[in-house]
Unconditional design. Structure first.
Length: 176
């Protein structure tokens, strides 16, 4: 799966074929958390994962497919949303939002696109939270659609991890 197929530009490569993310090498022998903490583009996501108590889970065996929103994706949410989600009393809601970005299994960008094409341009998945997300192809780019119908573009695909794969997305997927 080339970067052109996902719509991203000029990605530097890290370990073998793994792309650099947030200025850091993403090493395939590290787990999702070990890599995410090194990405300058994912500090909000890492803080949220810690606040929700999901670090141990995402360091687990998996495999997991994670659609990882960038800091800029979190910044697109209405003012105060992130701060509210990070409050202790909203831990259950934060956990639901974060696990709505995780699918069991190791789905590569090529596999997602193949399944999407085979299903008439849309491929439905169930997230760890129990919510539905849909892979959609438009203009040769892969999008992940949340239950509200909002789309997050996969900007960097196939960031391989020891316990799955990360696909960087430009929006937060919001469950109902």
């Amino acid at each position: 799966m080339g970067s052109d197929d996902m719509g991203s530009d000029d990605m530097a490569m890290a370990d073998g074929d793994n792309p650099m993310v947030g200025g850091a090498p993403m090493l395939a022998e590290r787990n999702i958390i070990e890599n995410a903490v090194n990405s300058a583009d994912h500090t909000t996501l890492v803080a949220a994962v810690k606040a929700a108590g999901l670090v141990e889970t995402l360091q687990g065996e998996g495999p997991f497919t994670v659609f990882a929103p960038t800091n800029a994706a979190f910044d697109k949410l209405p003012d105060g949303t992130v701060e509210t989600l990070l409050m202790d009393e909203n831990k259950d809601q934060l956990t639901k939002v974060l696990t709505a970005h995780v699918v069991a299994g190791d789905l590569s960008g090529a596999e997602l696109m193949e399944r999407t094409r085979a299903n008439g341009g849309r491929y439905n998945m169930q997230t760890v939270s129990g919510d539905a997300i849909t892979a959609d192809l438009a203009g040769g780019k892969l999008y992940i659609i949340d239950e509200s119908g909002d789309a997050a573009q996969v900007t960097i695909a196939d960031v391989d991890q020891s316990n799955g794969v990360i696909h960087v997305v430009d929006s937060v997927l919001v469950p109902r």
